[in-house]
Design a protein. Structure first.
Length: 239
C-alpha cells in the first residue's frame, strides 16, 4: 500500500547515510519512529553517499566531499575517510554564491554556516550524521538516528537483515523507499507480523526556486534556502 492514514505501531526506516540528501529522505524520516543508518554497507563511488546536487545560475552543480578510495574497494561507508579537510569551506562558499539571493537564505544561514565552518570530523559517516541530525531538528523530525549493529545483523540477505532490525527495535511496520521493491521480500515480513509500507514521492508541490526550470531532485539545502521554517509545508502531507 502507499503512504496514507497512519496505522498503529512502531515504524522503522533504514537507509544508507547520504550527504545533504533530497527532501524525500527527510519525508521518510518524519514518518518513522526510528531511523537506522546502514553505514556498514559498502561505499559506492559516484553515488549519493558523499555528494549531492544544488542549482546554480550556471546549471546544476555537484557538491562532493573528497574521500579516500585508492586501494579501498570494499570499504564501508563507516570506514570511509575524508581526503581533504578544506571541502567544507569550499562547499559553503559555493552555497553562498548559488543561493545568497534566495528568499530565506538569511533565515537559515545561522543553521547552515556553522555546519560547514565547524566541521572537524575525518569520517564521511560522521559528517553525514551531523547534517542529517541538524537539518532533521530544523524540520521538526523526532525520530532518532541509530547506527546499524556492528555485527552485521542477521544472515540471509537484505530482507532478513531489515526484518532483524525491525525486531530489534520493536517495529511493527517497515517503511521503504519505492526502489526497494526490486529486492525486498515482503512475504518474509508478513510471516513475522511486520507490515511493509511503500513510500510514494508523487505529489510534491513546486516552491519558488531560483535558477531556471523547477527541479525536485536536488539537495534539501535548496528547499531550506527558499522556504526556511516553512519547508515542511512543501513536503508531502504529514502522516
Amino acid at each position: 500500500m502507499e503512504t496514507g492514514a497512519p496505522a498503529p505501531g512502531r515504524t522503522l526506516v533504514a537507509v544508507q547515510s547520504s550527504y545533504v540528501p533530497w527532501k524525500g529522505t527527510f519525508d521518510l524520516f518524519r514518518r518513522a519512529d526510528v531511523v537506522v543508518l546502514l553505514d556498514d554497507a559498502q561505499f559506492t563511488r559516484r553515488d549519493w553517499r558523499n555528494r549531492n546536487r544544488i542549482k546554480t545560475a550556471a546549471g546544476p552543480r555537484w557538491l562532493t566531499i573528497p574521500v579516500r578510495t585508492k586501494g579501498r574497494f570494499t570499504q564501508s561507508v563507516r570506514e570511509t575517510e575524508i581526503a581533504d579537510p578544506g571541502w567544507a569551506l569550499r562547499h559553503w562558499r559555493t552555497l553562498e554564491r548559488a543561493y545568497g539571493r534566495a528568499p530565506r537564505f538569511r533565515e537559515v544561514r545561522p543553521l547552515l554556516e556553522p555546519l560547514y565552518r565547524e566541521r572537524r570530523e575525518t569520517s564521511l559517516s560522521g559528517v553525514n550524521r551531523v547534517f542529517l541530525e541538524a537539518i532533521g531538528r530544523f524540520l521538526g523530525i523526532r525520530a532518532p538516528l541509530l547506527d546499524a549493529p556492528a555485527d552485521g545483523g542477521a544472515p540471509g540477505g537484505p530482507s532478513a537483515r531489515l526484518l532483524s532490525l525491525c525486531r530489534r527495535e520493536g517495529a511493527t511496520r517497515y517503511l521503504s523507499g519505492p526502489t526497494a521493491r526490486e529486492y525486498l521480500d515482503a512475504s518474509l515480513f508478513a510471516a513475522a507480523g511486520v507490515e511493509v509500507e511503500w513510500m510514494s514521492y508523487d505529489g510534491y508541490a513546486e516552491y519558488p526556486q531560483l535558477h531556471g526550470p523547477f527541479e525536485h531532485r536536488v539537495s534539501i539545502l535548496d528547499l531550506l534556502v527558499h522556504a526556511g521554517a516553512d519547508a515542511p509545508r512543501w513536503l508531502l502531507p504529514a502522516p
